[in-house]
Ligand binder design. Structure first.
Ligand code: C2E
Ligand code: CA
Ligand code: CA
Ligand code: CA
Length: 278
């Protein structure tokens, strides 16, 4: 039985990521790649819909692999979580995010920076210590966007870690809302300042009344609980108008700006966007 489960898992991996042997070697290279400077941090602006300006960025990692080329995070984050490399990777991302935030401030833009933290890492107290130390060196607001799935696996520990982050002034965001399994239980337990509506709902919203209703109700629910709402995946003026009308607070999407390296972000901030204090 264990073997067939393993085979099923490998078949799944092969479908999602390609050849399992190649993946194994990719993971064996991750630590060295981090140290060799082969990871890059991109930033996607977060746009305040009421105040009509940029108040923050989401930091998104890319792997510039010397032989395999540009690898998007969907190619390696899942594997990094499974193999335990996610901790070193996230610590690198956080340290880089803190550095980039200082570069933004030096260019005159005081922005909040959001970092993705896999729910799996919330069970790792050594990670929590390291993360808090890194955040203590930040010049502005840092937010952790936490994905839904893993918190459910070990609720007590995860919630204790989240409370420590919050107490240390780290804003906590519920990422990918609506794609996990136990959303209501999760909302009940986590004290987060922000909820992020996954782009799958935003894409579907224009075509489907049901999806539009789900988005609208989620915004109202989050507001009722005292949370801000960010919608991701805004690609059209229609989606932007619809979300603005629904009272959504913040927006991210290709319509506003794609994720870009720090230099591109600094150009965007000085030339194309109004930058507001978060
Ligand atoms: P996410 O946290 O849900 O991030 C949003 C993803 O949607 C990003 O993909 C972003 O580029 C994409 N996106 C934003 N606006 C649009 C749009 O208008 N249209 C479309 N089609 N896509 C849009 P990306 O950068 O490829 O990242 C994918 C996922 O990888 C992220 O999803 C996040 O779960 C994970 N990830 C990225 N960086 C990190 C990291 O440093 N640590 C961890 N743990 N996960 C990360
Ligand atoms: Ca995110
Ligand atoms: Ca998402
Ligand atoms: Ca995600």
């Amino acid at each position: 039985q264990a073997r067939s489960a393993k085979r099923a898992a490998m078949a799944f991996d092969a479908k999602a990521y390609g050849d399992p042997a190649a993946n194994l070697s990719l993971m064996s290279e991750m630590r060295a790649s981090i140290e060799a400077g082969h990871m890059a941090l991109y930033h996607q602006p977060k746009f305040d819909l009421r105040r009509r300006g940029v108040t923050g960025t989401e930091a998104l990692v890319r792997w510039i692999h010397p032989t395999r080329g540009f690898l998007p995070p969907d190619r390696f984050i899942g594997m990094a979580e499974e193999t335990g490399h996610i901790r070193a990777l996230t610590e690198w991302v956080l340290a880089q995010a803190v550095r980039d935030q200082k570069a933004m401030a030096a260019a005159g833009h005081e922005l909040a920076v959001s970092v993705n933290v896999s729910g799996r890492l919330l069970g790792d107290l050594a990670f929590a210590e390291a993360a808090l130390e890194l955040v203590a060196g930040a010049c502005g607001d840092i937010c952790f966007e936490i994905t839904e799935t893993a918190v459910v696996e070990n609720p007590e520990l995860a919630l204790a870690v989240i409370d420590r982050f919050t107490a240390a002034g780290v804003a906590v965001s519920i990422d990918d809302y609506g794609t996990g399994l136990s959303s209501l239980a999760y909302l009940k337990q986590i004290r987060a300042g922000e909820l992020k509506i996954d782009k799958s709902f935003v894409f579907a919203m224009g075509e489907s009344q049901r999806d539009a209703l789900l988005v609208r109700s989620t915004i109202d629910l989050a507001h009722g609980l005292g949370m801000k709402v960010t919608a991701e995946g805004i690609e059209t003026e229609a989606a932007l108008a619809l979300l603005t009308g629904m009272g959504c607070d913040l927006a991210q999407g290709y319509l506003i700006a794609k994720p870009m390296p720090l230099n591109g972000l600094l150009n965007f901030l000085s030339e194309d966007a109004e930058v507001l204090k978060s």
